[in-house]
Write a protein of this length. Structure first.
Lengths: 110, 119
């Protein structure tokens, strides 16, 4: 069974750059994986940041960007701020109507 | 304003079933899907499946096949997710989200429905 992989944690200083990745235990992430990214704070609904690899959702600042780097999807957040501290999840399409979330990355802004 | 409003908190006993509803408003429903996700306490997000709001076609994650049924009622623009044979590890917040197959976007999300399974 294919698993979607994410870094468990990431620490950054205020003003720094956050780079999160999303890969597959079997195969490569491509545009046809339609990667999307979500910010999720406990007690709130997830917030869609990026969909279809690199399209920002409405209202998301341009500090957030998405791409495919090598065989993984990536979420890049520049100019890290205190309120970027959260959990971030990627979601990939595996084909056959099936989608799978990564395990999530906890981002800490120190 | 595009929004999805979900039904309220549920408390169920093991073995029971639960139905969570998701009322959509503010957009033309044709061409969209409703997808269902959940998050158990201390766990990550989990994809459960989807239903095409037009055709009623549906697809479920393997982990839930045989226990989940997704339906929609176009006359009241509401989708429902029913989960049967509940176990304690089904305790989670359940979310619906609108999916567009033309833009591959998931947005907006419902506010979430807490389902607690406890004897």
């Amino acid at each position: 069974q294919t698993v979607v992989t994410q870094e468990p944690s990431f620490s950054v200083s205020p003003g720094g750059t956050i780079i999160l990745t999303c890969g597959l235990t079997s195969g490569s992430v491509s545009a046809s994986s339609y990667p999307s990214w979500y910010q999720h704070t406990p007690g709130q609904a997830p917030r869609t940041l990026i969909y279809n690899t690199n399209t920002r959702s409405s209202g998301v600042p341009d500090r957030f960007s998405g791409s495919i780097v090598g065989n993984k999807a990536a979420l890049i957040i520049t100019g890290a701020q205190a309120d970027d501290e959260s959990h971030y999840y990627c979601l990939l399409y595996l084909g056959g109507g099936n989608w799978v979330f990564g395990g999530g990355t906890k981002v800490t802004v120190l | 304003q595009v929004q999805l409003v979900q039904s309220g908190t549920e408390v169920k006993k093991p073995g029971a079933s639960v139905k969570v509803s998701c009322k959509a408003s503010g957009y033309t429903f044709s061409g969209y899907y409703i997808q269902w996700m959940r998050q158990a306490p201390g766990q990550g997000l989990e994809w459960m499946g989807w239903i095409n709001f037009d055709s009623g076609d549906r697809h479920y994650a393997q982990n839930f096949q045989g226990r989940v049924t997704m339906t929609r009622d176009t006359s009241i623009t509401t989708a429902q997710m029913e989960l049967i044979s509940l176990r304690s590890d089904d305790t989670a917040v359940y979310y619906c989200v609108r999916y567009s197959s033309s833009s591959f976007s998931f947005d907006p999300w419902g506010q979430g429905t807490l389902v607690t399974v406890s004897s």
